[in-house]
Every structure is written in structure tokens, then in C-alpha cells.
Design a binder for this molecule. Structure first.
Ligand code: CA
Length: 223
């Protein structure tokens, strides 16, 4: 899962990026409204954290533009304390949730987790596929109840496929959702990570759909 943080307060931006990176997300950062608008318009984020008070272009205008242009990524806005009008304006402009400053990073993490899973159609943080169980809150994967060790890239890849189980995901889509913009995007790396992941999981969990990509079938699926 890949996120965008648009926040002009450099310390706060860094804290958010560090917390999301620790939680296993790929994260891009923008420090003003124009840069944020551009990134949100050109990259397919799974969720966006958007400050309202931004230089060059305010957060409400950024959000209105995205929605006008048909960008549907879930957006959590950061509002100033006691500015109830920001919340109303932001939600009317297309925000999915808000957090008022000052906030605990844990709350932003929990709200982003909820937005990401809901936009993938899951009401719970736990997703199962046969013996494989993903706990998005704990960032943990078990097979038959036994925890397995995954690198952050492997975890992200598996989480994305499990969150979208039943759908064939192309390599391009995986690259766009698993790596930040500075990552050297070589589509061969996806094959390498899928290979490593397969060694840690039961056989046939991740299926190759020739010429199209990869798929994890939901439990009970029969060909
Ligand atoms: Ca600000």
C-alpha cells in the first residue's frame, strides 16, 4: 500500500512519513499544495493525508481539484483545532475523514488503516485466504496460526494481493502501489519478491495469470 503525505510543517511531515514507513507502507511526501496536487493527480495512492493550511494552494482547493478530476483515493484531512468550519468544508470537498491538530500519530495510523481497508472492501483489519491470515493492524502474517517472517517489501506485496483477493493484479499496478516515487522501478523486482514470498507460503496461494499478473483466489474458490 502506498500513501501520500501533504504537510508543510517539515517536522510533522517527517514524523508522519517515519510512522507510516515503520507500519509497512510506501510513502511519498509533499510540502506544499501544488506539489501535493501534482502527485495526487499523477500517482495512484491507496490513501492520502492532506493538511488544510498549505502554501501555494490550500488543502481544500487541492481536494476539490482531485475530486473534479475523478481522483477517488481516500483522503484524511488534518485540520486546525477548533476550526469546525475546516472539517465541514473538507468533508463537503470530498474528504473521507479528518483529524484535528494536535493529534497522536497512532490515531492517524488507525484512521488510515481503516480508509485503506474500506476502500479495498474490507470491514475488518484481518483478512484470510485459506491457511494464510493477514492482520493489518499488527502488520503480521500467520500460516495455520504460525507467524511467518516477511521483509517490508514482501509484506506489502502480500497485503496488497490479499486485500484485493479474487482480482488479477498486473505487475505495473503492483509497482505503482508498493514503491515510493524514488524507488528504482524495475518490473523484474516484482517477480523476485513473488518468488521469495512463495517460498514462505503454502504452494499455489499466489497464482500467476500468464501475461496479466498475479492473483490470490478467495477461500472456497473453485476453478
Ligand atoms: Ca500547515
Amino acid at each position: 500500500m502506498r500513501l501520500l503525505v501533504v504537510e508543510d510543517d517539515k517536522d510533522l511531515n517527517r514524523q508522519l512519513v517515519a510512522a507510516f514507513t515503520d507500519a509497512g507502507y510506501a510513502v511519498d511526501a509533499a510540502f506544499d499544495g501544488e506539489e501535493g496536487h501534482f502527485l495526487g493527480d499523477t500517482e495512484p495512492y491507496d490513501a492520502i493525508v492532506l493538511d488544510i493550511g498549505l502554501p501555494k494552494m490550500d488543502g481544500i482547493s487541492v481536494l476539490e481539484e482531485w475530486r473534479r478530476e475523478g481522483r477517488t483515493a481516500p483522503v484524511l484531512i488534518l485540520t486546525a483545532r477548533d476550526r469546525w468550519s475546516d472539517k465541514v468544508q473538507g468533508i463537503d470537498a470530498g474528504a473521507d475523514d479528518y483529524v484535528a491538530k494536535p493529534f497522536h500519530i497512532e490515531e492517524v495510523l488507525a484512521r488510515i488503516r481503516a480508509l485503506v481497508r474500506r476502500s479495498a472492501g474490507h470491514a475488518s483489519n484481518e483478512v484470510e485466504c485459506g491457511p494464510v491470515r493477514l492482520d493489518a493492524r499488527a502488520g503480521r502474517v500467520t500460516v495455520d496460526g504460525n507467524p511467518i517472517k516477511l521483509t517490508s517489501h514482501e509484506y506489502r506485496l502480500l497485503a496488497y494481493l490479499m486485500m484485493h483477493q479474487g482480482r488479477t493484479i498486473s505487475r505495473t499496478e503492483l509497482i505503482e502501489h508498493l514503491y515510493d516515487q524514488d524507488f528504482d522501478r524495475d518490473s523484474n523486482t516484482i517477480e523476485v519478491f513473488v518468488g521469495r514470498l512463495r517460498k514462505k507460503l503454502p504452494a499455489d496461494i499466489i497464482q500467476t495469470v500468464r501475461g496479466l499478473g498475479y492473483c490470490i483466489e478467495p477461500p472456497g474458490h473453485a476453478d
